[in-house]
Design a protein around this ligand. Structure first.
Ligand code: IMP
Length: 429
């Protein structure tokens, strides 16, 4: 039962969509296992560009069943909008399946996300304000409302009335806002949303296991990334779910032995959106080059991403916590024309060298990167599709990353197009 996980190894926006596109032809099922519409990736298929937030990228391929697993938080209004947009572009969404156990994001979650961020002031996390944290908090508090509740109007109304009783006290007494009317919201969801979402609702755990048992290839598609993981990331500057490969187990309902390949995606440099520690962050012309040439602005929010050099300390940690079997490096072409490339190989904290990520947050804030410098390549990589066409300096850079990180670099992105990539090393070689 071959299952693969694709996981981001930095702070997100590594270009996971491109790798997913490359391996999609081998897959029969693609499952999102965490996050919600805080994710955003753009895929270009047959010359048409698709910006997906919630629906798994598998929807773009006729032979794939796209699945939203139980670990995802689903804003049903966004889901229906996305389906409508895709269908208007000729994409058939009838194969989409949504776990009845996934939790719903409802308007009060988004409102709470906005309000908490505003009241945190300079201590804000820089969330996407999509209601992700409040929805996962309700799940943990056991007051969440699930997709399956849409199928039972009486239960839906009862749960919504109970939860809003509590939330409305917060809205009115803490934030001086108007309360949300449970009956009006229930009417809206049950008439506008429920009948349209119903055809997609399924027991996705059984679906995934039936597929695996029949020998189908299943791809678990992570959103966000390792260092935004609630447990393994740079807490509290993280998202509220588990993007790491193990999140596929809880978020889709499989055991670890079901997964045989874990592909980590890393950009040839690093970016981060929102607040939080970032040892290799750049504030100079090179940083501007990475942002401008790499078009490092959020797909969803339009925010400028913070740029920095490749950090092998982070990547070693990502290899460990995800059991990475291989690495795909994206956007190598963005480094074209830079004279010197720096790779962070260790941190120094109070004069002590760390090859591995220090567990204490204060150490991470104080970490000074130890760099090794490599020569850049003065040429344009955008037409390179074979390893032997890469300039020696690019090969040396990639081999240096392999040596530093300890897993083979299998794919290398050399441009945004579907065919702009190089097969660099074999997996497991
Ligand atoms: P939330 O997921 O909206 O709660 O935001 C928490 C943190 O995760 C913030 O720093 C966001 O900028 C970051 N984040 C969430 N989704 C993404 C993503 O898809 N790419 C990059 N950063 C993200």
């Amino acid at each position: 039962m071959p299952a693969t996980v694709v996981v981001g190894t930095q702070w997100g926006d590594e270009g996971k969509g491109k790798l997913t596109d490359l391996i999609a032809k081998e897959m029969q099922v693609v499952v999102r296992y965490q996050g919600g519409h805080n994710a955003g990736h753009t895929l270009v298929v047959d010359g048409t560009s698709f910006a997906l937030q919630l629906v798994p990228s598998g929807v773009l391929y006729d032979h794939i069943t796209p699945v939203i697993g139980n670990g995802v938080v689903v804003d049903p209004f966004v889901l229906l909008d996305e389906v409508a947009t895709l269908e208007a572009k000729g994409v058939d969404c009838s194969r989409l399946r949504v776990s009845g156990n996934a939790h719903l994001i409802l308007p009060y979650h988004q409102e709470l996300d906005r309000l908490t961020e505003r009241y945190l002031g300079k201590n804000k996390l820089g969330t996407t304000k999509r209601g992700i944290g409040p929805a996962y908090a309700d799940k943990a508090m056991r007051v969440g409302i699930r997709v399956q509740d849409l199928l039972d109007p009486a239960i839906f109304r009862q749960k919504l009335t109970a939860v809003l009783g509590d939330k409305n006290k917060v809205f009115t007494r803490v934030y001086n806002r108007l309360p949300e009317d449970p009956d009006a919201l229930a009417d809206r969801v049950l008439t506008e949303v429920a009948p349209r979402v119903e055809p997609y609702i399924a027991d996705t755990v059984s679906l995934v296991h039936d597929a695996l048992e029949s020998g189908a290839h299943v791809l678990f598609e992570g959103a966000q990334a390792t260092f935004l993981d609630l447990d393994q990331g740079t807490y509290p500057y993280v998202t509220s779910s588990n993007p790491v490969a193990g999140g596929a187990c809880t978020g889709a309902g499989v055991g670890p032995r079901a997964i045989e390949r874990v592909v980590g995606i890393a950009k040839a440099y690093v970016t981060r959106v929102g607040a939080g520690p970032f040892p290799t962050e750049l504030f100079d012309d090179v940083g501007d080059h990475l942002v401008t040439v790499g078009r490092e602005f959020g797909t969803n929010t339009g925010r400028r991403r913070r740029p920095g050099w490749f950090d092998a300390v982070m990547l070693r940690h990502a290899v460990r916590v995800n059991s990475l079997s291989e690495l795909a490096i994206t956007k190598l072409d963005i480094l074209d024309g830079l004279d010197t490339l720096r790779v962070c190989v260790a941190y120094e904290v109070d004069g002590v060298r760390h090859e591995h990520l220090p567990y204490h947050q204060s150490d991470l804030h104080a970490a000074v990167p130890v760099y090794e410098d490599l020569p850049g390549w003065g040429v344009d990589l955008s037409s390179v599709t074979e390893r032997h066409q890469l300039p020696d300096e690019a090969v040396a850079y990639l081999e240096f990353l392999e040596e530093q990180v300890g897993v083979p670099v299998t794919f290398v992105g050399t441009g945004p197009g579907r065919d702009q990539y190089v097969h660099f090393s074999d997996a497991g070689s």
